[in-house]
Design a protein around this ligand. Structure first.
Ligand SMILES: Nc1ncnc2c1ncn2[C@@H]1O[C@H](COP(=O)(O)OP(=O)(O)O)[C@@H](O)[C@H]1O
Ligand SMILES: [Mg+2]
Length: 281
């Protein structure tokens, strides 16, 4: 047999990172947010960035897609330094991306079907029949079969997230960015959305970078976890190794999250979601 079978452990290290942040600095006025940050995003994996509220996670995510330019440093997307690109070239590179931010940002006046069809109508020349087929496939993937004709106002929070996910996925992005996609959902619903994100990532194989404050849940679904601390990635590791980190600041952050998420700790405060919210500074 000459065919080689790649050992499972070689998967991430073997292919070059899809995105690299190299020595990135970013301040707003006098306020430094990113200070010499380095991050390699592995191809075809789900990497989750954690860190305290206001620590710069959203700012980091916006650097990946060129919505924010660093004061100095480099952002390589598939080996192209996007900090050097003009608007046109940047728009070209952005076609590889899709983003799902906190709100699902659906168009209220469009049905679920039309919301998901929107990027196809806007960016492709697909025929109506093909559009229909693709939209229905995406809706099935996110568990919204039969909801095509509903309007966003008729959907629950979880369903709106699902519809937003379907719309983000419909053009088949290489890279998906999720900024706290479960914000505003109760813990059970947050869990199903996380699982859906993981399942979709596995199925389509895109590279995913997610920002989340849902600890410890994200350890179950993420391939890699990276901790943003004091403007840098203090540690990045496969999820199962990350939880065993020796870094005391990270340990404290993780364990703080675990306690805060334990519903027994504060039944009076309205369960885990309320405690989790309260924990955020
Ligand atoms: N466009 C902006 N202008 C000025 N300050 C900003 C801007 N975006 C973010 N910041 C500041 O950068 C810091 C990090 O913000 P953010 O990335 O949103 O934090 P996180 O997502 O980790 O909660 C905050 O202090 C925030 O006020
Ligand atoms: Mg944020």
């Amino acid at each position: 047999m000459t065919a080689t079978v790649k050992p499972l452990t070689a998967e991430a290290g073997a292919s070059p990172p899809v995105i690299r942040l190299i020595d990135v600095y970013k301040s707003f006025g006098e306020h430094p947010v990113l200070v010499g940050l380095n991050l390699d995003v592995p191809r075809g994996k789900l990497t989750t960035v954690i860190g305290r509220s206001g620590g710069g996670k959203s700012v980091l995510l916006k650097h990946l897609i060129g919505l924010i330019r660093p004061d100095s440093g480099h952002v390589l997307v598939l080996d192209t330094d996007i900090t050097l690109l003009g608007q046109r070239e940047l728009n070209e590179i952005r076609k590889k991306f899709a983003m799902l931010f906190q709100g699902s940002a659906l168009f209220d006046s469009l049905s679920v079907f039309e919301n998901v069809a929107f990027p196809l109508r806007e960016k492709t020349t697909l025929k109506e029949k093909e559009i229909r087929q693709k939209v229905l496939e995406m809706l099935e993937q996110v568990g919204l079969t039969g909801m095509e004709q509903k309007y966003p106002s008729e959907l629950s929070g979880g369903m709106r997230k699902r519809a937003g996910l379907a719309r983000a996925l419909v053009l088949g992005p290489e890279i998906m960015l999720f900024d706290e996609p479960t914000t505003g959902l109760d813990p059970l619903l947050a869990r199903t959305i996380h699982q859906l994100i993981q399942e979709t990532q596995r199925r389509y194989g895109f590279t995913a970078v997610m920002v989340s404050h849902e600890i410890p849940e994200i350890f179950e679904i993420s391939d890699y976890v990276a901790m943003l601390l004091d403007g840098k990635i203090a540690e990045m590791a496969p999820s199962d190794q990350f939880v065993r980190t020796q870094n005391p600041a990270i340990q404290e952050f993780i364990n703080g999250g675990k306690e805060a998420l334990h519903p027994d700790l504060s039944p009076a405060a309205g369960g885990a979601a309320a405690v989790q919210e309260a924990r955020r500074p």
